[in-house]
Design a binder for this molecule. Structure first.
Ligand code: HOZ
Length: 425
């Protein structure tokens, strides 16, 4: 491995970039090897700096539901780039994307574009605090809402992968306003609400948890949150950065039939470019500057390249409705990978919602943080390395999702299952 271009690039990167990466999970530390440096992506495949190709189930951590470098998205970006890349002034593209988001997600009456999912969640929380005049926020242990201070307390994703769910640098003052409940456990929410009555501004939840591996909501959980929020005057925020336009055209809220007050979006809404968004009830969104006093801004917010990439992607999803086909192939893939791993004598539990799936290396049913962390991360590391060796690129962490795209063919899926059969040899 020391003679590969990826290795050389990693050595070079570490001289200028902390840990050699611009986002921690990419360093591959929890799977016991060095990262690959990627040079190209097309459809369901990526290529590394040494020219090796991989069937990609990371899809840039979710955005590439229609595959890498979709010709229509590339064309739209090129066309816009020739007209200008950023103006810091309104464009018609922003209106078009906002209109399409409102059409597809009826709980969103007004929407503001930002440049990342983290920005969206930070802004949504500030808005909920401004609207309610309350300080505290309930989140769920193992859920991840980006790296805003309020969320880095018992967080998922890289924080969980790297074993530091609560980050130094978050002040005690901020931490005291973040209360952690257990996912899929309404009594744990009721207990926090009861002991902090009248102080809770928002409950923020991933309607399908995707950052402690994939953990689906149990029947009644999201509905229960809705009822608690209605009863207590709390703003219900669905963080759909990962699930938005992934688990269905109308997001997780459409799939489960629950209307949040605010929604945060990212990943697919940017079509592979940096976009986030937050939106929801008109009366809440009208608190935002310049209409109201809650301040929020961004030089590259509504960036035309990002808007056109997102708009083109969402139009393709709306016009082609790939979700039934994605459901079918993801369910077959999950089933067959599960069987392949079990046939190697390895204990595993599967979870899946639409084209988001996860194989937890535990024999426990996974319903929350506590059960998710029973997964054996060393076994995952072995699986990851075995799959990579055969040409399948999975998330370099047990606590992330595997994403299937419209570009994964039956042959790709068969090759993936065959790899899973061999991964532990
Ligand atoms: N936090 C995202 C994964 N759940 C992105 C990680 C990355 O881009 O490295």
């Amino acid at each position: 491995m020391t003679d590969t271009k990826s290795h050389q690039l990693f050595l070079r990167a570490q001289k200028s970039i902390p840990g050699g990466v611009n986002s921690p999970v990419r360093a591959f530390r929890s799977v016991g090897r060095e990262p690959l440096f990627i040079t190209r992506g097309e459809g369901a495949y990526i290529w590394d700096a040494d020219g090796n190709s991989y069937i990609d189930y990371v899809g840039s951590w979710g955005p590439h539901i229609i595959g890498h470098s979709h010709p229509m998205v590339v064309e739209a970006i090129k066309k816009q780039a020739s007209l200008g890349t950023s103006f810091g002034a309104p464009t018609e593209l922003e209106i078009e994307l906002a209109e399409l988001v409102r059409e597809l997600v009826p709980s969103i009456e007004l929407v503001r574009m930002v440049s990342s999912g983290t920005e969206a969640t930070i802004s949504a929380i500030r808005l909920a605090r401004g609207f309610t005049g309350r300080d505290k926020v309930i989140k769920f242990e193992g859920c991840y809402h980006g790296h805003g201070d309020s969320f880095l307390i018992k967080a998922g994703s890289g924080a969980l992968t790297l074993g530091a769910p609560s980050s130094p640098g978050v002040t005690p003052g901020t931490a005291k306003d973040t209360l952690n409940a257990q996912y899929n456990d309404l009594p744990s929410v009721e207990a926090l609400v009861g002991s902090n009555r009248g102080q809770i501004a928002a409950i923020i939840v991933e309607p399908v948890a995707g950052n402690m591996g994939v953990v689906p909501p149990q029947p009644g959980f999201l509905q229960g949150l809705r009822e608690i929020c209605d009863r207590e005057g709390i703003v219900l925020i669905f963080d759909e950065v990962m699930t938005g336009f992934r688990v269905g055209l109308h997001c997780a809220q459409g799939l489960y039939g629950i209307k949040p007050d605010l929604t945060t979006l990212g990943k697919i809404i940017g079509g592979g470019l940096p976009v986030g968004a937050f939106g929801g009830r008109r009366d809440i969104m009208e608190m935002l500057s310049p209409l109201g006093p809650v301040y929020q801004a961004g030089t590259l917010s509504g960036n035309p390249l990002a808007m056109v990439a997102g708009l083109t992607t969402l139009k393709i999803l709306r016009d082609e409705n790939p979700y039934p086909a994605l459901e079918k192939k993801s369910s077959l893939l999950a089933q067959h990978i599960g069987e392949a791993v079990l046939s190697a004598g390895i204990k595993a539990t599967q979870t899946r919602v639409g084209s988001m799936l996860c194989l937890f290396f535990t024999d426990k049913e996974v319903t929350d943080y506590e059960s998710a962390v029973t997964a054996d991360t060393n076994v995952y590391g072995k699986f990851f390395r075995g799959m990579l060796e055969i040409g399948v690129y999975l998330a370099p962490s047990q606590f992330e999702a595997m994403f299937v795209s419209t570009m994964h063919t039956d042959e790709d899926l068969e090759r993936t299952v065959a790899a899973a059969r061999k991964a532990f040899e």
